[in-house]
Design a protein around this ligand. Structure first.
Ligand code: FES
Ligand SMILES: [Fe+2]
Length: 377
């Protein structure tokens, strides 16, 4: 059993940092060890910009979404002034989680002793605290978390030292500008519990090597070409319209997004946005995955999807979109099962790091980014 200090010895990662065809994946304990996972929270999730949802999930003043980043509870909320803010979902009295799920509120009232906070996070009522010496409501507002957005995707950052969101995203917005995400509406979010480490799931999404085996019956093969990336992401362009609507051998049901150029009309962008997001933009819609760690060996997988406003307004939308949902559900069930099986095998004390195929360069990109963040401190 390695200590946290020993785990950060670069010697363990020398083979991860090699070019993909010379590299190995991460050592098995990086997918199973609780102390390693605590290092990841501290050095990766606490230092990154983390996607927490889309602006249209909190469309109206008072709308909130209680979510979390690697187990750190966060409230995303639209204030009366129309601005979206994020707060620590911990009461300033004795720490109770304030909100759960999604909804609309005029104030945030703690379920334990009824302290009430307004939508800017200010403590407005704390009945029974009158005798408490030196207690000042002014100093007991909710802890605000940095929030910024790109194309209606909402991100939070916990550290004041993390650079700006545009710096984090680098060239990604340029690659995806033609999809006009602000004109697309979130139509569904579905949640699964999957018994695997978060990196296993992201690696799975970033390689096409498993597709002819795992998705033999559902998707058929896909060949992905790497994109030049700058910023906290890596991605591929698939050179055929791999629209979400088609299961193998079906035809495309919805028209292409109006703003696409020649490049996007022929292909699909498959993006790993670090630490734990997978985003696909295709000819007629987009979908994303939030791969939320629940400890070292579990995730909550949230899969969201969106379509252009014109498409959602079609008379046949509700009927036809079921084909898309069926496709996603089928391919996720297949990925969920294989990722759980990989976790089960990696938990063995006999498991070792393995070599990568040409089609697994994206696994190397994920592992390399993780190691660089961990070793940067
Ligand atoms: S813990 Fe919230 S009011 Fe007491
Ligand atoms: Fe897959």
């Amino acid at each position: 059993m390695l200590t946290a200090d020993q785990m950060l010895d670069p010697v363990h990662f020398a083979n991860v940092l090699k070019p993909p065809l010379e590299a190995e994946n991460l050592p098995p304990w990086c997918y199973t060890d609780a102390a390693f996972h605590r290092l990841e929270i501290e050095r990766i999730f606490m230092k990154s910009w983390n996607l927490v949802g889309r602006a249209d999930l909190v469309a109206n003043p008072g709308d909130y979404l209680a979510t979390d980043v690697a187990g750190i509870p966060v409230i995303v909320l639209r204030g009366m002034d129309g601005a979206v803010r994020a707060f620590a979902n911990s009461c300033r009295h004795r720490g109770t989680q304030l909100l759960t799920g999604e909804g609309n509120c005029r104030a945030i009232v703690c379920p334990y002793h009824s302290w009430a906070f307004d939508l800017d996070g200010r403590l407005v009522s704390a009945a029974g605290m009158e005798q408490t010496i030196g207690f000042d409501k002014e100093n007991n507002g909710l802890i605000e978390i940095r929030l910024d957005s790109w194309a209606d995707f909402l991100f939070v950052a916990f550290s004041p030292d993390t650079g700006s969101l545009p710096a984090f995203l680098g060239t990604l917005p340029d690659h995806l500008a033609a999809y006009d995400f602000s004109n697309q509406v979130t139509t569904r979010r579905k949640v699964w519990d999957v018994a695997c480490n978060w990196k296993i799931y992201l690696e799975n999404q970033r390689e096409s090597y498993h597709i002819p085996t795992v998705h033999r019956e559902s998707l058929g093969d896909q060949i992905a070409a790497p994109l030049e990336s700058e910023g906290a992401w890596s991605g591929s362009l698939i050179g055929v319209a791999q629209t979400a609507g088609i299961l193998k051998d079906e035809t495309t049901p919805f028209p292409p997004i109006a703003s696409l150029t020649e490049v996007e009309r022929k292909g699909s962008h498959f993006i790993g946005l670090y630490p734990n997001i997978y985003l696909v933009a295709t000819t007629d819609c987009f979908w994303w995955m939030e791969i939320r760690p629940r400890g070292p060996d579990r995730i909550e997988l949230v899969v969201g999807s969106g379509f252009p406003k014109e498409t959602v307004a079609r008379d046949d939308f509700d009927a036809v979109v079921e084909r898309y949902y069926r496709r996603w559900d089928m391919s996720h069930d297949e990925d969920n099962r294989i990722c759980e099986q990989q976790q089960a095998g990696l938990t063995s004390p006999l498991a070792r790091s393995g070599r990568l195929a040409r089609r697994e360069w994206g696994v190397n990109a994920v592992d390399r980014w993780v190691v660089e963040m961990l070793l940067a401190g």
